[in-house]
Design a protein around this ligand. Structure first.
Ligand SMILES: Nc1ncnc2c1ncn2[C@@H]1O[C@H](COP(=O)(O)OP(=O)(O)OP(=O)(O)O)[C@@H](O)[C@H]1O
Length: 500
């Protein structure tokens, strides 16, 4: 659809673009990103024929841009400029109708039914139809932006150039506009090239991104490749972090205010963040932690800031326990999207937690445990599948930065430690009579602040491994003993009542 070949040029005495080459396919949504002054608007001006390259050429549908008359170009290409603030005393409908100019052959050509239908449709699509008789200069910035978008669409272009289209739009219109553009590219083959300052929006919606740096292409590739943390930090010269989007497989670039970044470096998750609420225990982190977990919600890997261990009755049996858990969290004003949530039949008062430190790193361990349902993993084939609410739930908060490998090793270290606790306390699998290794529905959470000291490994004898094994060992023993004591007291009580 569009081919930019070795384009160099800019303004008199000021070459802005240096040997730019890229192609845009029909139906593609290409995002142009880059710091202020990197040449985004300049390349737009060249594609729309306002500026001529000093060397190189731009082909639109295989014909040089320069060979199109203004009217021919307007039939193929429409532009929504950055500052769509040209307020003049026309009504919304009159303004949108100007977009039909390219389709009229003479001054006196009649306004056709098709013209009317296109104008009405684009006004509907952009949400401006309801004020079509208002004057443009009486609208808000966002409303005006949508009017000029409707005008560009009324041109029925094959390619649409948008300079920061979401600039004046509120969240709902940003999403609405970008969803619509994406739909058009897919369904009608409209090609869209858009400048974005918001890298997250660009990453969410664009098929590919063109990253400009000082008038040159730094990278032209899919969003995940372009939105690389080191690359964006270097090009934009600022501190950002790349996080996976919580619900769609797209990258999100997060800005960290310099001061906060420093403050958060030695931020420590500990018992200050732990809260007991009715039926549940929560840990609320002030920022999302990188997690790997086997929770009922928020399981797998992600970034979560709320951690819930919920008490349920032993008889809890729900066909869709994830959905039920989400509804439970919502009922308690907890956003399930932000949450790793687990269940346990153990009384939450019997929790055991402990912060263990070594020099600049610390680990906060929280365990609830009951051994009544224990199983020997080496004899699991002897058991029927009858999952009960998890009885050993282990939370490991690492106040430091872990690699993915260290996350996995943390899980191994904690699991080995738990099995050793079962062995040392001689907790048996009631079916096989052998020493158990855990319970069939135990859950684990590793959550790291990803700030401060860096740890590549967390096997048993590494710095992190030692903290994890010590914490998990002591907390699991403590939690199991508390649980056992409660069970014993309950047994004594029951026997007493029976005798009475
Ligand atoms: N009319 C002009 N005459 C001379 N130089 C200009 C003109 N317009 C822009 N420039 C210069 O060209 C360079 C690139 O500007 P351009 O507007 O293309 O950047 P941009 O990437 O769109 O920036 P922004 O993100 O700030 O909109 C800048 O150094 C700018 O000062």
């Amino acid at each position: 659809m569009l081919s930019v070949n070795h384009v160099t040029g800019g303004y008199p005495g000021h070459d802005v673009l240096h040997d730019l080459s890229f192609e845009v396919k029909k139906g593609e949504l290409l995002g142009i990103v880059g710091p202020n002054g990197s040449g985004k608007t300049t390349i737009f001006k060249m594609i729309s024929g306002i500026l001529k390259p000093q060397s190189g050429e731009i082909l639109l549908k295989e014909k040089p841009i320069a060979s199109y008359s203004a009217k021919q170009l307007a039939k193929v290409l429409a532009v929504l400029p950055q500052h769509a603030e040209r307020a003049f005393p026309y009504t919304v409908k009159e303004t949108v109708a100007l977009g039909r100019y390219a389709h009229h052959t003479g001054w006196f050509q009649m306004w056709s039914e098709h013209d009317e239908a296109v104008v009405q449709q684009t006004m509907e699509q952009t949400g401006v139809a309801e004020f079509q008789d208002h004057y443009v200069n009486e609208l808000s910035g966002g409303e005006r932006q949508r009017v000029f978008l409707a005008q560009a669409l009324a041109q029925e272009p094959e390619i649409l150039l948008l300079d920061e289209p979401t600039n004046h739009l509120d969240l709902s219109y940003q999403k609405g506009l970008l969803d619509l553009l994406k739909k058009w590219t897919r369904e009608t083959g409209l090609t869209v090239i858009s400048i974005f300052h918001d890298l997250n929006l660009a990453g969410l919606y664009c098929d590919r991104l063109l990253l400009l740096e000082e008038g040159k292409i730094n990278l032209h590739n899919n969003p995940n490749e372009v939105l690389n943390e080191e690359r964006i930090q270097a090009v934009y010269r600022t501190t950002i972090e790349k996080h996976p989007h919580p619900t769609v497989p797209k990258p999100q670039m997060l800005l960290l205010p310099e001061k906060d970044a420093e403050e958060l470096n030695d931020y420590r998750i500990d018992e200050r963040h732990l809260e007991h609420r009715e039926e549940m225990m929560t840990l609320l982190a002030p920022f999302p932690l990188r997690t790997m977990s086997s929770g009922v919600v928020g399981s797998g890997t992600g970034w979560y800031s709320t951690f819930v261990n919920r008490h349920v009755d032993k008889s809890y049996n729900c066909p869709n326990h994830q959905e039920e858990m989400r509804a439970f969290l919502e009922d308690h004003s907890i956003d399930p999207i932000e949450t790793v949530g687990m269940m346990t039949a153990v009384q939450l008062e019997d929790v055991s937690y402990r912060l263990i430190e070594h020099e600049e790193v610390s680990v906060f361990i929280v365990v609830t445990a009951g051994g009544g349902n224990a199983v020997d993993a080496s004899r699991s084939k002897d058991h029927d599948f009858n999952p009960m609410p998890g009885t050993i739930n282990t939370w490991i908060f690492v106040n430091g930065t872990l690699t993915d490998e260290a996350f996995i090793q943390c899980i191994m270290t904690a699991t080995e430690t738990k099995a050793k606790v079962m062995q040392d306390l001689e907790i048996k699998d009631s079916l096989t009579g052998t020493i158990a290794t855990g319970t069939p529905t135990d859950s684990i959470l590793i959550a790291a602040t990803q700030r401060g000291s860096h740890h590549a490994f967390a096997g048993t004898i590494t710095t992190i491994g030692k903290l994890v094994s010590e914490g998990v060992y002591t907390c699991t023993i403590d939690a199991l003993r508390k649980h056992e004591k409660r069970a014993h007291q309950k047994g004594v009580q029951n026997r007493g009542q029976a005798r009475a």
